[in-house]
Write a protein of this length. Structure first.
Length: 235
C-alpha cells in the first residue's frame, strides 16, 4: 500500500529523508518517487540556504577587500548604516576619517543579502582615494579594452561610493570635470556617497570651484572630526 505524501511528511524528518537518499543500494530516483518531489525540493532549498549563509560568513573579509578597502583598514568596528545618509567628513590629518568611512562600508555590507557574497562579486560598494580614482580614469585614455565611459559607470552605479582624501589630487580642468561628473550623477540618482577630506567645504570651494562644493553640500551631511593626529600617537 502506497503511503500518501502528507502522511509521509508526518513520519519522516528531513535528516531521515537524507539518510534514506544516501543509503547504500537505494537509487536517488526511487527515493524521490517515494518521498515526493516537494520534499526533495525543500531539502535542496534548505541545504542551498545553509551554504549561501555560510558563504557570507566565510567571504565577508574577502568581499570587503573586493570593495577596494586597503588591508590596514579592513579589520575593526562596524558602523550601523540605518540612519546614515551621504556624508562629507572633514578634519585634520589622522583624525579617523578613513577608519570611520570603512566602518560605514562594513555596516552596509553586513546588511546585504547572502547572495551578494557568491563569487564573482557584482556591483560591490567601492572605496577609493580620489588621486587613485583619477589615475584609473586617466589610464583609460590609452586603453583599447576599457573606455572612460564604461569605467565611470562603475562609480555611477555602485550602491555606496567612498571617495577618500578629496582635495589631495592635483587640480586640473580634466580632474575637475571628472569629479564633477561623478558627484553630480550620484546626487541626481540619490546614491549614497561618503567623502572624506582634510579640507573644509569652504576650502574645497576655493580649490575645486563652486559647482562641486555646492553639490557636495546639497548631497551630504557634514561631519567634522577633531583631535590630534592618531598616527603619531602610535609611534
Amino acid at each position: 500500500m502506497q503511503t500518501s505524501i502528507p502522511k509521509l511528511l508526518t513520519i519522516l524528518s528531513i535528516p531521515e529523508l537524507r539518510k534514506r537518499m544516501e543509503a547504500p543500494g537505494r537509487g536517488r530516483t526511487k527515493e524521490i518517487y517515494q518521498t515526493g518531489w516537494e520534499d526533495w525540493q525543500e531539502l535542496q532549498a534548505r541545504e542551498y540556504w545553509i551554504n549561501i549563509k555560510q558563504s557570507k560568513k566565510n567571504n565577508f573579509d574577502d568581499y570587503i577587500k573586493a570593495c577596494g578597502v586597503p588591508k590596514v583598514f579592513r579589520y575593526g568596528g562596524i558602523q550601523p548604516i540605518n540612519e546614515i545618509r551621504s556624508l562629507f567628513m572633514t578634519g585634520g590629518f589622522g583624525t579617523g576619517k578613513t577608519y570611520k568611512s570603512v566602518e560605514i562600508l562594513k555596516g552596509f555590507v553586513k546588511k546585504l543579502h547572502c547572495g551578494h557574497f557568491l563569487r564573482p562579486y557584482k556591483n560591490t560598494p567601492i572605496f577609493i582615494t580620489v588621486p587613485e580614482l583619477l589615475l584609473k580614469i586617466r589610464s583609460c585614455f590609452n586603453s583599447q579594452d576599457v573606455s572612460e565611459e564604461s569605467m565611470l559607470k562603475d562609480y555611477f552605479n555602485t550602491p555606496l561610493l567612498i571617495l577618500d582624501d578629496l582635495g589631495a589630487e592635483k587640480t586640473t580642468d580634466w580632474a575637475l570635470q571628472s569629479l564633477y561628473i561623478i558627484v553630480n550623477k550620484r546626487l541626481s540618482e540619490e546614491k549614497q556617497t561618503i567623502i572624506t577630506s582634510n579640507l573644509s567645504l569652504d576650502e574645497l570651494k576655493e580649490k575645486l570651484g563652486d559647482r562641486i562644493a555646492s553639490r557636495i553640500a546639497g548631497m551630504c551631511k557634514v561631519m567634522q572630526l577633531k583631535g590630534k593626529d592618531r598616527r603619531f600617537k602610535s609611534i
